[in-house]
Design a protein around this ligand. Structure first.
Ligand SMILES: Nc1nc2c(ncn2[C@@H]2O[C@H](COP(=O)(O)OP(=O)(O)O)[C@@H](O)[C@H]2O)c(=O)[nH]1
Ligand SMILES: [Mg+2]
Length: 432
């Protein structure tokens, strides 16, 4: 199970209380105040790490608690400060601050109320409204709330637990039931974005620690030489967050299942995605590092295949398009032999439309066509026909299985990489 979205609750540690005590020793009368300060609590910090590839560890432990600071004690002893809780997350993790789930529970109640009301009025009114459409109308009506509420409400509607795991619908019927693409409803509100851990080692303090209180030693004065006053430690911050992983790579492979994307990634890099002749062999994104020569390296992301109707939740691919949202360049891999009975030009048309429906910004990125399976019969004929139909497109014919044409892809990627680095297009995409 690949987990790329989790909802977590984090709470930083409370500061320890200051101490009110007085020095008591033999032969030292009126020893004066000697209460020490409390220690600080621990902060909750997320750190981008290249050793993490998904958010699974947080999915299984979604409640993050840093330790509290110890209280101060007599003889001016300072309480021990707690260590910060530092958790590694994959590079490319977006952090959204979301409202507490009470808000979504009240929404849920509203949903059930409204559906009950509908049921009550069914006898009186002849037009029966399906419960699904009532729920969706509640989502749309809730203008004040953020999309994250929509997200959690959607999860409730889908029967997803508090872990906030994304559910993927693979059946066409389930997809066609929903009125809007689920991935659109599941999108967190961009305004709630608080951090983007895009570089290895980058840190974000989710919840800041509480500070320790002051002991009574700080409150002595010439007028009050035996103060009983001390301060309590402050509470640590707490909050609900949604973490979403967006894989970072230079080029993203887009194509139908079985077009040969994973075979191509294997040929280009040392990555070993699973290859087999059945749809959806690839079930989660994988990134390979490609050596372009002259000490230049780049990365390519392979995601599950897209099929027609992906924007209406058919297949797996659409939900994974967000993993190539940060790819400045797209490679559309086509089965030029049409080995599954489809035509490569209609494949391209459908893929482009699905990407456009997902996000117009993604569709606007520079792209080219990789014509795969050139070793198979009909591929050469189809390629001629394809080039006749799409004369302006850059097409690179390859046979991924035999590694033919791979060098040309590398050469082309190197040109594009240099061009985009010079025009700062890569930085723009990664910040978008
Ligand atoms: N004939 C031929 N078959 C290929 C080629 N590349 C991939 N395949 C086959 O196509 C099937 C699907 O490949 P895969 O890489 O898993 O496709 P993906 O679903 O797009 O990742 C596998 O059986 C591969 O052996 C190629 O260049 N020529
Ligand atoms: Mg694959």
């Amino acid at each position: 199970m690949f987990i790329d979205r989790v909802r977590i609750h984090a709470k930083a540690g409370k500061g320890g209380n200051g101490c009110a005590s007085f020095r008591r020793e033999k032969f030292i009368p009126k020893g004066g105040p000697d209460g020490g300060d409390g220690g600080d609590g621990g902060s909750v910090i997320l750190q981008a790490s290249v050793h993490e590839t998904q958010l699974a560890s947080l999915f299984y432990k979604p409640i993050l608690r840093a330790d509290n600071g110890a209280p101060g004690s007599s003889r001016q002893k300072h309480g021990k400060s707690a260590l910060d809780l530092i958790l590694p997350v994959p590079v490319g993790t977006l952090i959204y601050r979301i409202p507490p789930p009470q808000a979504s529970r009240s929404l849920e109640e509203e949903v059930s109320d409204s559906s009950h009301k509908k049921e009550d009025t069914r006898e009186a009114c002849s037009s029966v409204v399906p419960v699904e459409s009532v729920k969706l109308s509640v989502i749309k009506r809730e203008k004040g709330g953020s999309d994250c509420e929509h997200n959690s409400l959607q999860e409730i509607l889908d029967g997803v637990g508090a872990g906030g795991m994304k559910i993927l619908e693979t059946s066409a019927e389930a997809g066609s039931k929903s009125m809007e693409p689920r991935s659109k409803l599941n999108q967190p509100n961009p305004e709630d974005l608080v951090a983007d851990l895009a570089a290895p080692g980058e840190e974000y303090v989710l919840c800041l620690k509480g500070h320790g209180g002051r002991g009574n030693i700080h409150f002595k004065s010439s007028r009050n030489r035996a103060p009983r006053r001390f301060t309590e430690g402050t509470e640590g911050e707490e909050g609900w967050f949604l973490l979403e992983l967006r894989t970072i790579a230079f080029a993203g492979l887009v194509g139908y299942p079985n077009a040969g994307k994973s075979t191509l990634l294997r040929a280009l890099s040392a990555a070993h995605p699973k290859v087999a002749s059945y749809a959806f062999t690839t079930r989660y994104p994988q990134v390979g590092v490609v050596d372009l020569g002259d000490y230049i390296q780049t990365t390519i992301a392979d995601i599950p295949g897209l099929i027609e109707g992906a924007s209406h939740n058919r297949g797996l691919g659409h939900a994974f398009l967000r993993h190539i949202m940060r790819c400045p360049f797209l490679l559309f891999v086509l089965d030029m032999a049409g080995s599954e009975g489809r035509e490569p030009w209609s494949d391209l048309h459908i893929l482009r439309r699905e990407v456009e429906l997902y996000d117009a910004r993604l569709a606007a990125r520079p792209w080219c066509v990789i014509a795969n399976k050139m070793d198979a019969p009909l591929a050469s004929e189809n390629l001629l026909e394809f080039q006749k139909k799409e004369p302006s497109l850059k097409v690179i014919p390859i046979c991924a299985e035999l590694g033919e044409g791979v060098e040309e892809i590398k050469k082309f990627l190197k040109e594009q990489l240099t061009l985009m680095q010079n025009t700062h297009a890569i930085t723009e995409v990664s910040l978008s």
